[in-house]
Design a protein around this ligand. Structure first.
Ligand code: 0WD
Length: 257
């Protein structure tokens, strides 16, 4: 019997075996959780995710473009009706048009700004609303953020502004859902990891080298470290923690120089 036996989790944002959401899913599986996955609709995404999940045989693998309210409603209705409850939600989704990330923030277009905010921030609000309808007291929600929300990280640009909005959304959601239903909402602020989406960032290799040099632990973080903290934040081990931004960055964020 694992710590999460009998718990139902919805995992949004597994794109491949390097996704941060996959690190957390593996840690939850190891503790006996029953997991359901969503993927961005598209034949190649579906194929990739199906192949990855094959050995785990999840009961549900559902298409969900978070820009579409009907998709979000359908996902949580299907999971809710299948299991009668949802205990955990992982939101590990972000997107900004690559061209927007290549230009200085001051040049951000209105359309690019709206699209990035919609996918990277509003999707959390919408998913929290839909998931919480099926969550019993003690339900937990986790999203993934980055230090570029707190300080200027050249090259992170528009996504830094999205992450700042995401982090403050976590606090307001923690207040609303905590008061209303005893549901917790937190964010894990991860150090840089090589994944599909980070590959789109200009100078990512330089960012990785710099992060390792500056961090207290003098290294970058490991995939399994994201999994372990994700498990903590999605389980009762963190029952007194909500509205927090927990850094898993080898201590990078506390160093000034
Ligand atoms: O260094 C890193 N990789 C860090 C990532 C450091 C700190 C934070 N993060 C954050 C990201 O900003 C994101 O919020 O972690 C989260 C997950 O990122 P990841 O694991 O690096 O990225 P990836 O494996 O690419 O998963 C993100 C997924 C998308 O994958 P692709 O590569 O296909 O775009 O977000 C999903 C999609 O599966 N996604 C969407 N899902 C539903 N609807 C949408 C959408 N419209 N757009 C993107």
């Amino acid at each position: 019997m694992g710590k999460l036996s009998g718990k139902i989790g919805v995992m949004m944002g597994v794109a491949n075996d390097r996704s941060l959401a996959w690190a957390i899913s593996q840690a939850l599986y190891a503790e006996g959780a029953e997991l359901v996955f969503t993927y961005l609709p598209g034949p190649s995404n579906e194929r990739r995710v199906k192949k990855l999940l094959g050995p785990f045989q999840p009961k549900l693998l559902l298409p969900c473009d978070v820009q579409n309210d009907d998709d979000i409603t359908a996902v949580f209705r299907t999971v809710g009706k299948t299991y009668g409850r949802i205990d955990m939600l992982l939101h590990s989704i972000a997107f900004a048009p690559p061209a927007e990330l290549k230009k200085p923030y001051v040049q951000t277009s209105r359309e690019g700004f709206h699209r990035a905010m919609d996918i990277s921030v509003y999707s959390l609000v919408s998913a929290c609303r839909a998931a919480s309808a099926w969550m019993p007291p003690g339900g937990t929600i986790l999203t993934i953020t980055y230090f570029g929300a707190e300080k200027v990280m050249p090259g992170y640009n528009l996504m830094g502004v999205c992450k700042a909005a995401l982090e403050h959304s976590v606090r307001y959601l923690a207040w609303d859902l905590g008061r209303e239903k005893q549901i917790r909402v937190n964010a894990l602020s991860a150090g840089p990891m090589r994944t599909l989406s980070s590959a789109g960032l200009a100078e990512f290799d330089q960012m990785l080298r710099h992060a390792a040099r500056k961090a207290c632990l003098n290294r970058n973080i490991e995939f399994e470290e994201i999994g372990a903290t994700g498990l903590y934040l999605l389980s009762d081990a963190s029952s007194g923690v909500t509205g927090e931004i927990v850094h898993v960055d080898a201590g990078y964020n506390i160093v000034g120089l």
